[in-house]
Design a protein around this ligand. Sequence first.
Ligand SMILES: *Cc1c(COP(=O)(O)O)cnc(C)c1O
Length: 362
Amino acid sequence: MARPTSATIHIDALRHNLGQVRKLASGSRVMAVVKADGYGHGLERVARALSGADAFGVAALSDAERLRAAGLSQPIVLLSGFDAADDLPKLRELSVETVVHHPAQLEMLEQSDGEPIRCWLKVDTGMHRLGFAPEAVREAYSRLSKAKSVADGIVLMSHFASSDEFAGSASDGRQTREQLRQFGEATADLPGARSLANSAAVLGWPDAHGDWVRPGGALYGISVVDGKTGADFGLKPAMTLSTRLLAVNRIRKGEKVGYSATWECPEDMPIGVAAIGYGDGYPRHVPTGTPVLVNGKRAPIVGRVSMDLMSIDLRAQPDAKPGDPVVLWGESLPVEGIGAAAGTIGYELTCSITRRVRFVED
Ligand SMILES: *Cc1c(COP(=O)(O)O)cnc(C)c1O
């Protein structure tokens, strides 16, 4: 029998979420961010489903290659930028646009000849990851506009560190306001389209939408806003991770379950064993009590998650039997909650599904 563990990707949900982003940011074009294999959903599959987007954002040139090989002809933006002069011919060949965030890149562009490449000039407005400091932006812009290998129509962009904190939250969105102010100041008299908003800013910062929004997570139906799920914003989860019970065993009161015997049965009880573990990408470090759905009903994981298996308290479902369906996350069990139980965000979980999991579409 084939291993029953699968990730079902909901194509309609991806399309619905793109529609929802368009409604929320109706004045902006949409760059669908499909880095990290479409947040683990499958790059080509996601890009085909989101072919209505105005552009795709990737982190690696190899992803741009895969998109072109799949026949996708939308603009593609290399969000981390190129890092070697050798990359420039490849950008031209694949017709890929690039983020420019560092003086070393300006030099490489100035020394390159060939077809002009469209550039997205990145301003560091306070996240302090990639980008030119506000006071260096005008010079970078001017060098780019003069370089023959840079196409007309430089886009000005920045990235938010805390846009998941909205106005009215505990921080009142202080950092985002400050980043918006810095960006406005650094780019005040420069022509060109503007792009700032990741998913959280699409959802909660309408003033930051600009000419191009750049959602990733929202397209997969995942929220990073504390205590909220994608559904709270009208989004639908694009992935259901599921498997089946391999066994249901009656274990006696006082017996311990799983590696290191971390959980003890408080009474004689049925323990289900499901065919999924950290070897499939389910986080090992979730605590006892983290829910799964067995036959559509919540049941808690007990003891340690192991590589191929996990144990489930089935006291509330004494009739559950081997072969019954188990859902790890999906529409009725938001991945955001499992992420919180694992001390991370939903994005990391969908990105971490391993290769032995079968991917299916519906
Ligand atoms: C990943 C990324 C995004 C998308 O972020 P989400 O939170 O998934 O919407 C947008 N812009 C840049 C530069 C990114 O790296």
